[in-house]
Write a protein of this length. Structure first.
Length: 119
């Protein structure tokens, strides 16, 4: 197997973008972007909107790193040993390296995607 394709995506998000859309009053909006486990992960923190912004930045950076269009819900984010990871639902063609940083007002994510092809 040869790694045929590497792509990079980056995104930065203001936390207030999510603070302006309270989860309790806008669940339909959040359910269009995040799956249940992502929502539950963010809501367990006092500063949940900072975590929503981080997960959104990861999803946007992932979309930018891919050579095809996909929906937010196809991009699944989680954490392993406190490090962010991403996978595409029902698609093993891609693997990812993810870096996420967030401060009080901003979140930034960088995603390196590689698409494997058999030659």
């Amino acid at each position: 197997m040869i790694i045929d394709n590497l792509n990079l995506g980056i995104d930065i998000v203001e936390v207030k973008r999510f603070q302006k859309i309270p989860y309790d009053k806008n669940k339909k909006f959040y359910n269009k972007i995040f799956n249940k486990s992502e929502i539950n992960y963010c809501l367990k923190f006092k500063d949940s909107y900072r975590h929503f912004a981080g997960k959104f930045a990861i999803k946007e950076a992932t979309k930018k790193s891919l050579s095809k269009k996909i929906s937010f819900l196809q991009i699944e984010t989680s954490h392993i040993k406190n490090k962010p990871v991403v996978k595409i639902k029902d698609n093993a063609d891609y693997s990812f390296l993810v870096s996420l940083s967030h401060e009080k007002t901003m979140a930034v994510a960088v995603v390196l995607s590689e698409r494997s092809t058999v030659k």
